[in-house]
Design a protein around this ligand. Structure first.
Ligand code: NAI
Ligand code: MG
Length: 352
């Protein structure tokens, strides 16, 4: 297989973790006889510095010519006082919208050798294997009109049937290749948009007889995600609920440094990035944990290219290196061996 990938390193530790992930990708390519052509583009703060634009036209053009995008992270104190259009995060929002990446996937899976890093009891965490599917390009964050005066402020929550149908379909399809369980999260006791959401999930059910569906209100889901996270398989929800629940879910396993994400659309084109940010306070020190970005590459292989075996091999190698007791500083506990970003990446590559 031959694929073109645009790599957007971004700011802070972005370039360091992306370099690791690209070397793992190339190593998998060699081993399985695939050719991955890599092109580099600018996004975020570094793009503002070079082009006065967090998402320059050149970057969009590069991404349009490729099969998938790998992103590091954006942001840092240097740009915190910039006006809204010249903030690093604006580059992220614009790229998701430009490419219509409506489906945001965040898997959360217990890694046996990392259970102690969780703030929850080991018993609660040990069987966690869930996937949050968040609608990413609609809802309250994009609704018009929006307005603010000194006396009142207005945001608009709109969902079209088209927007709900495509995210619900993608969640059903993901559930049927996992454990066949789908939890649809809404606030149908209060919101009209949630009532339409629930109606559409019920309409779609017949098309996926192999998937067991439950509806769950967002407030009680927030509780159950902490008390019994192992009960979930695929969780699908709208943009704002998904934003909040996916951040909540990210602390279940207790290690931000190992969580990957994907933002994809119906033709499987997608953007892959770690859940964490640019960690400016450790940037340039060569100590960042590259696992989240390496696992994001595994998601790319699986969801954009259909290379399931190669993806599973990366996941296995990462888990094996942890199992052998090698960690970067963020996950170190007394007795574990602490490696730099480059050393830890080398262990993964040797394991492949
Ligand atoms: P952060 O995720 O960058 O850092 C949170 C904490 O986790 C810090 O202590 C950091 O050192 C640590 N950490 C994060 N990733 C790590 C890794 N791979 N290895 C080792 N330690 C790691 O979030 P924070 O501090 O809230 O934000 C820092 C900057 O990143 C801000 O400018 C923020 O806007 C931006 N950000 C960007 C995101 C993105 O590009 N998708 C997402 C979240 C924040
Ligand atoms: Mg968030």
């Amino acid at each position: 297989m031959e694929k073109k990938i645009t790599v957007l390193p971004g700011d802070g530790i972005g370039p360091e973790v992306v370099a690791s992930a690209v070397s793992v990708l190339q190593s998998v390519g060699k081993r399985y006889h695939h050719t991955f052509h890599i092109a580099y583009g600018a996004i975020g703060g570094s793009a503002i510095d070079q082009h006065n634009d967090p998402l320059p036209q050149e970057t969009i053009a590069l991404c349009e010519q490729s099969d998938a995008i790998l992103l590091g992270a954006v942001g840092g104190p240097k740009w915190d006082q910039n006006p809204a259009e010249l903030r690093p995060e604006k580059g992220l929002l614009r790229i998701r919208k430009h490419f219509d990446l409506f489906s945001n996937l965040r898997p959360v899976q217990a890694i046996p050798s990392l259970l102690k890093a969780s703030p929850l009891k080991e018993d609660i965490v040990k069987d966690v294997d869930l996937l949050i599917v968040r609608e990413l390009t609609g809802g309250l964050y994009f609704g018009e009109p929006r307005q603010r005066t000194e006396k009142a402020a207005l945001d608009t929550l709109v969902y079209t049937r088209f927007e709900i149908e495509r995210i619900v379909d993608s969640a059903f399809q993901l559930a049927r290749v996992r454990r066949g369980k789908l939890t649809s999260v809404d606030k149908a006791n209060v919101l009209e948009s949630s009532r339409l959401w629930r109606q559409i999930v019920d309409e779609k059910k017949a098309g996926y007889p192999d998937v067991e569906v439950e509806h769950s209100l967002v407030d009680s889901t927030a509780m159950k995600l902490i008390t019994n996270p192992a009960a979930y398989d695929v969780v699908v929800t709208e943009n704002m609920f998904g934003d909040i629940l996916s951040d909540e879910a990210s602390v279940i396993t207790g290690s931000l440094g190992v969580l990957p994400s994907a933002s994809i659309r119906s033709d499987n084109f997608g953007l892959y990035e770690p859940v964490h940010g640019s960690a400016p306070e450790i940037a340039g020190l060569g100590i960042a944990n590259p696992a989240a970005t390496i696992l994001s590459v595994a998601m790319m292989l699986k969801y954009s290219f259909g290379l399931n075996e190669e993806a599973a091999e990366i996941e296995r190698a990462v888990a094996a290196v942890f199992e052998d007791g090698y960690f970067t500083g963020d996950l170190a506990t007394p007795g574990s061996r602490v490696l730099t970003t480059a050393e830890w990446t080398e262990k993964v590559i040797n394991e492949l």
